[in-house]
Write a protein that binds this ligand. Sequence first.
Ligand SMILES: [Zn+2]
Length: 563
Amino acid sequence: MARFQMLMRSPAVGVTRSPAFGVLRMLFPVIVAAVSAASEAQSAARPRIIVAISVDEFSADLFTEYRPLFKAGLHRLQTGVVFPGGYQSHAATETCPGHSTILTGSRPARTGIIANEWYDQSLSRADKKVYCSEDPSLPGSSSTNFTVSAQLLKAQTLGDRMKSANPGSRVVSVAGKDRAAIMMGGHAMDQVWFWSGKSFVTLKGMDQPTPAIVDKVNAAVAVGIMKPDLPVLPEPCRVRSVPVRVADKTVGVPRERKAGDFQGFHTSLAFDRATTDIAIGLIRELRLGAGKAPDVLSIGLSATDYVGHTFGTEGAEMCAQLLGVDENVGRILAALDATHQPYVVVLTADHGGQDLPERNKMHGILDATRVDAALLPANMSKQLAAEFNLPEPVLLGVAPFGDIYLARGIPGNVRSRVLEAAKARYLAHPQVAAVFTPAELRRLPLPSEPADEWSLADRFRASFDPERSGDLIVAPKPHITPIIDVSTYVATHGSPWNYDRKVPILFYRPGVVGFEQSLPVETVDILPTLAALIELPIPSAEIDGRCINLDAATGDSCAFERH
Ligand SMILES: [Zn+2]
């Protein structure tokens, strides 16, 4: 690269010394050749560290809106390969399914992670609801009091595959949320750290000594939480500070986090900063990239999602949060530079999101509204119980939309009639777009068209697991927010619509010429793309994704996969 920079600077001299300039003009093809040789050499350098960053709820819409404001890490990543509108292609656009696609190359139909929570009525315990990163086989586990585990993830992650190819590879996962850390890390992690609500913790039974950075961050966070935090709004965010009334509260204008407010910590800049501090500390402490085999680090920055849920996506709170993400990503890149090892970074999100309906209405989306209480599973249950003279609950469901289960206790002779009646009731409701049955989804092939062209049924097919999915799968119409009680959260995601499916996907390798592609790729393409860079074989029948050639010059970063 030094030689190339020297040649590029020379023409300024050549303007006054025409013979020299003439020589340089003759040399131009040589310069071009040198540049492409340099980029080929770069692309040929196998990464020693693979870093996957997931920014929870970082929709393609937010990326597009804030691109001009990024000055640090998210600015630098845009010099690499940019897919501004990638897809989490499946319908159930929640945290756990989304994170399960990022490093497995597989959609939820294959990872088995169909939602954050679902029902499993075969469980012997009283609580039939299952949390995606619990191990329900452990005695005493429930969906709210669980031991964090990758037990329910049916697919292998990049880390799992690297570890079985070479036990010397280290698999490290750090996130604000346990489900983000687990679904990206997988079944064979060397280090995993996530926020428990009080401190960063690891899995039960992981018996390695606690890294110094984790103790340091936990101590600092414990002190910080007990102090009030008055956010200082960055200058470009000030114009976005407009109050929006939602029931008896106001969002849109950042407020002080009170001393000792642990819930408020989730939406403060300190949360992602602490997660980033641990990730950076582990890069240094474990000397990632300096071992015998490549290492993988996944980082889940979770605060953006809490900000989206608590304040919506279009206020000053989100502006400050995303500028904070930009800064944190910049710090991660600087820490990677300092290793002097070749590395690759991919940054994406587990799902998109939409703003709260009250502000969406103010911003041109006139049909934005909250879900009708009649669609809550308990209320649908009540109506069906009355119609068929059955005991409640007739239906079980985590939310008004998505997987709805017919209760096991409903006698066999009425089951199909009750389901038909339930389907008809859902379909008659003006907020429901479609209702699918397992039989309908099972018949569909796995989608193979570009993700922006999928039918609604295709999207639900990609989320469908015959063992875990509901007896009815209910799709909302666009712009319906399935939150009625706004005391904690005012906005959400989880729908099959593109504002929840579209996420940026950015790949970055220092010194390698990038490109931008507005046509969609999917988050399931990340695994084969990264695996090819380290020549890790991935049988294509095991995954849904395809390798993306990251080389805008003459190289082919997928050459290994194509063998
Ligand atoms: Zn969320």
